[in-house]
Design a binder for this molecule. Structure first.
Ligand code: ATP
Length: 235
């Protein structure tokens, strides 16, 4: 753990950025900074998800994912880390985490950051309507991922969100605004994914090192190399 505690108890607005972060990449960091600049946020709490056993077997341990997240937290005042989902032995649903946070701090408002691919699947998330009663959602655009929401309820929440954006939205307003809105952030196109990073590392090519510097912070590259993570596939 780092010294910096998540702002659970002392913030009117808690901004959470959930993900598997396997590994955390420059796309994640850019998204968080982009949303933070747009909404004048001073803290984004990274919320690493427990990877469920039935999903593709993770190539690295939670400890390694956590260590890399800590490198990012160390490097920027914007970030803090909440490991509550990792400390549970079972896969945790976002709705459960948000419910716990709401119980612990009933006055606090929550903003949850997701990418466009996640928005397009939001109506498949466990108890997604309850999630929306527990937070507002900020969505970052993603290359190759146009908005394709079909659910009318979600569409209405985006339309309402757009109206609020047009009136001017920032952390002060979000800290008193009711939950349930979806805000699409101004476009930011960063074509980076953890899948691509893992593939790059596994299929080590001559230009891998150079390509990686465009995808990962140097501290993460160093960590991956020092710990021989995402090793090349032996041929
Ligand atoms: P993987 O490739 O393993 O599926 P990922 O790169 O999508 O991983 P996650 O940790 O699963 O990373 O992502 C956490 C959140 O960040 C998700 O809501 C995802 O949509 C969003 N996200 C990740 N990368 C980007 C990106 N380049 N642009 C926009 N959103 C992104």
């Amino acid at each position: 753990m780092t010294d910096k505690a998540p702002c659970h108890t002392n913030c009117k607005l808690l901004t959470l950025f959930g993900g598997t972060f396997d590994p955390i990449h420059l796309g994640h960091i850019a998204i968080a900074n982009h949303i933070a600049n747009w909404l004048k946020l001073t803290d984004v709490t990274l919320l690493p998800a427990h990877i469920p056993p039935h999903k593709a077997k993770p190539k690295i341990t939670n400890e390694h994912r956590l260590a890399m997240l800590n490198e990012v937290v160390k490097a920027s005042n914007l970030f803090s880390l909440d490991t509550c989902e990792l400390s549970r032995s079972t896969p945790s649903y976002t709705v459960e985490t948000l419910t716990e946070l709401a119980k612990a701090n009933p006055e606090q408002k929550r903003l949850f950051i997701i990418g466009m691919d996640s928005l397009n699947n939001l109506d498949k998330w466990h108890r997604w309507q309850d999630i929306l009663s527990l937070c507002n959602i900020a969505v970052c655009t993603r290359p190759g991922c146009d908005i394709s929401v079909e659910n009318n309820d979600i569409k209405a929440r985006i339309a309402k969100g757009n109206k609020l954006i047009a009136q001017g939205l920032d952390s002060d307003k979000l800290s008193v605004l009711a939950h349930g809105h979806i805000f699409i952030a101004p476009a930011l196109h960063l074509d980076i994914s953890s899948t691509e990073v893992r593939a790059l590392l596994a299929n080590h090519a001559d230009d891998t090192k150079q390509t990686l510097t465009q995808k990962l912070p140097q501290a993460i590259i160093d960590y991956i190399q020092a710990n021989h993570l995402y090793q090349p596939i032996s041929k």
